[in-house]
Each structure stands twice: as structure tokens, then as C-alpha cells.
Design a protein around this ligand. Structure first.
Ligand code: MG
Length: 203
């Protein structure tokens, strides 16, 4: 499986990092080795002093697709969840300044937290979902999918122009404002509406 991630999909997060508002989705990938195994802690890698949490709505692809039309994109996923796109911000800033690819800062081992999946039919619309990240029981990031620059269906269609989507692939759809560094002993909990879908200990 592969993990396709979208960057800069919420205006308030674009503003907090002083990034330019993109005219097309910003896309990058994580390999399957980036998945944080269930029940494992997240270990802050030695190469970074500033690893940020980014909670994101994620979707799991359920059939093979290429050049998917936006109006059919909803048929390519029926489970959703929340995840974390852990980002070594210090390293990413260096790479960005030099115009280099972000993988070392974004795709390292354990950088993809994947919550428990739930059927999207549990919700009225994927275009109006509240999600939230708590760190040590305090809310640190809060989002609603209605504030996405590109909605989930548009993203599925868009990325399928470049990458054939396969069963089990996961799309991370971007983070809202509130990203911040994690430190040892933090406990991160991700919520989709009122359901807790992951709990991660930081080491
Ligand atoms: Mg992200």
C-alpha cells in the first residue's frame, strides 16, 4: 500500500506556516514503512528537535482507480478515520528553503499514524465532519472538513491522475491550524466527531 498526502488544504494552517495558498493540491507520499504499528509508541527521531503533530482526515481506497472523475470519486472509499502526519518541521524548513523534496521530514518510520476506520455511512456527509486532536487531554487542533480548499472527492480524483489508486491505499487530506511540537510522554488522541479513533504515546 501507499500513502498519498495532501499539504496546505486548510487556509488557517497555510497562514500559520506563512505558506503560499496553492492553486492546485500539494501532494507528497509516505512509504508503507512510515505506518506507526498499532499499540506502538511514537519515538521522536534523533534527527529532529521539532517534530509536529498534524491531525488529518484519512480515507482508505477500496478499489483500483485511475483518472477517476470527481462525481464518481465517492465510490472509491467507504471507510474514513483520522491520522497524524508527523512532520520534522526543522528539517522540512531546511529542505523547503533549498527546494529539495520533503521525504526525510515527512516520510520517516512511524510518521503516519492511522486511526481505526469507520464506515463513512455513519455520517451524513464527509464534507461536514468535525475532528480533533487532544494532547494530554487538552484540545490542540480542531477542524471541520467544510473548510478544506479541496474536498475529499476532488482530492481522490486529482491524485488518481498521477498515481493509480489501489485497494488499501490511504489518503491524508491535510491538517487544520494548531500544529505544534510533541515531546516525550505526550499522549495524543484523535477524534472524529465524538469517536476516539487513536491513542498514541510519545517517547
Ligand atoms: Mg499534513
Amino acid at each position: 500500500m501507499k500513502i498519498i498526502c495532501i499539504g496546505r488544504n486548510y487556509t488557517n494552517h497555510i497562514e500559520e506556516l506563512k505558506n503560499e495558498r496553492p492553486t492546485e493540491p500539494v501532494v507528497f507520499m509516505k512509504p508503507d514503512s512510515a505506518v506507526l504499528l498499532k499499540q506502538h509508541p511514537f519515538v521522536i527521531p534523533e534527527f529532529s528537535e521539532d517534530v509536529h503533530h498534524e491531525i488529518e482526515i484519512i480515507v482508505k481506497i477500496n478499489k483500483v482507480g485511475k483518472y477517476i472523475e470527481p462525481k464518481f470519486a465517492h465510490k472509491y472509499y467507504d471507510e474514513i478515520s483520522v491520522g497524524i502526519d508527523f512532520t520534522a518541521r526543522d528539517l522540512q524548513e531546511k529542505l523547503k528553503t533549498k527546494g529539495l523534496p520533503w521525504e526525510k521530514a515527512k516520510a520517516f518510520d512511524g510518521s503516519a499514524v492511522i486511526g481505526d476506520f469507520v464506515p463513512k455511512t455513519d455520517y451524513v456527509s464527509v464534507e461536514n465532519l468535525n475532528f480533533e486532536l487532544k494532547n494530554n487531554s487538552e484540545t490542540v487542533q480542531k477542524g471541520n472538513t467544510s473548510f478544506m480548499l479541496w474536498q475529499i472527492d476532488e482530492l481522490v480524483a486529482y491524485v488518481s491522475q498521477y498515481f493509480t489508486l489501489k485497494i488499501g491505499d490511504i489518503i491524508f487530506t491535510g491538517t487544520p491550524a494548531g500544529v505544534a511540537a510533541v515531546k516525550p510522554n505526550d499522549v495524543l488522541e484523535g477524534f472524529l466527531e465524538d469517536k476516539k479513533l487513536f491513542r498514541i504515546q510519545v517517547k
